[in-house]
Ligand binder design. Structure first.
Ligand code: AP5
Length: 270
């Protein structure tokens, strides 16, 4: 199963504004999925160190929130496969291939999109992995097959992975975070109705876009996502532990607390 050129063009055009923002120093979370983000491959990291990180953790643990902070403050590029699929789901149904429609169905139910579809999208953006400012992978890899494929790609490109950050949080906190999440339909910024509300209800602080609740944040989808995480993604913890790159971080506290904990731990390893 693969994605056709039509979808890829649609993703690119949906992300054009994000790229312009990134060039102006405003780090949008969907920016570097665009192949044009390869322009950053030549840019020196403004933070001094190019971090190449994978963020692991159950759905709703706060990976996207941390990826945003890391992206903005380390000048790293942020790749979220979930954002990419959500952008694709906004396309007209007639513009979507059978493979993409099937991917959307998997996502709505809370299941994983097949590896072949995910890998096709990531492979198309190999240039972004060469980004000299570093990168943060959020939601990828998610299966042992994807992790093996990424490992081979990075070895063939001679690009090292600095660390895999595994965020840990009790289930009750995760469910509370997911059920109150709101996302900007335009720039993908993430809020929480009580923990991190926007200044004006339903409106994004950054771009004035409309906030929406994700379809897969319904209780029945959350249950499926948690089971899928345990079955398919949790085994990556042992995979990366064996490679000596795993770092576990408690995801309790404010986003700033967790960010500080993450940076402190990463710097201690560097
Ligand atoms: P994806 O978008 O990757 O979803 P996910 O992994 O389930 O993670 P989430 O986005 O739900 O949560 P998060 O950990 O990023 O938390 P967030 O920061 O938003 O994937 C969605 C779907 O796409 C998958 O189910 C699958 O179908 C498909 N897919 C994607 N990638 C795939 C792949 N590689 N292979 C196969 N299929 C794939 O935070 C959650 C909430 O908590 C927010 O409201 C936030 O404001 C709040 N919050 C965050 N931090 C804190 C804090 N410290 N304190 C209080 N509240 C907080």
């Amino acid at each position: 199963m693969s994605i056709g050129g039509g979808e890829l063009k649609a993703f690119m055009s949906a992300q054009n504004n994000a790229i312009v923002n990134a060039e102006q120093g405003d780090h949008d979370r969907c920016g570097w999925f665009h192949p044009a983000a390869a322009h950053r491959a030549t840019a020196a990291p403004t933070s001094g160190t190019a971090w190449r990180l994978v963020l692991l953790g159950a759905p709703g643990v706060g990976k996207g929130t941390q990826a945003d902070l890391l992206n903005q403050r380390l000048d790293a590029c942020h790749l979220s496969t979930g954002d990419l699929f959500r952008a694709a789901s906004k396309q007209k149904e007639s513009d979507q291939s059978p493979a993409m429609r099937s991917a959307m169905e998997h996502m709505r139910r809370g299941e994983l999109v097949p590896d072949s579809t995910v890998w096709e999208m990531v492979r198309e953006r190999t240039n972004s992995i060469r980004c000299s400012s570093g990168f943060v992978l959020d939601g990828f890899p998610r299966t042992l097959g994807q992790a093996e494929a990424l490992k081979q790609l990075m070895e063939s490109e001679k690009i090292p992975l600095n660390a895999v950050v595994n965020y840990e949080l009790p289930l009750a906190n995760i469910v509370a975070r997911l059920s109150g999440r709101r996302t900007c339909e335009k720039c993908k910024a993430v809020y929480h109705v009580t923990g991190n509300p926007p200044k004006i209800e339903g409106v994004c602080d950054r771009c004035a876009g409309k906030l929406f609740q994700r379809e897969d944040d319904r209780p029945e989808s959350i249950t499926v996502r948690m089971a899928v995480y345990e079955r398919s993604t949790a085994p990556l913890i042992e995979f990366y532990k064996a490679l000596g790159v795993l770092v576990s971080i408690p995801a309790i506290g404010s986003p700033e607390d967790i960010y500080a904990r993450t940076i402190e731990t990463l710097k201690a390893r560097a």
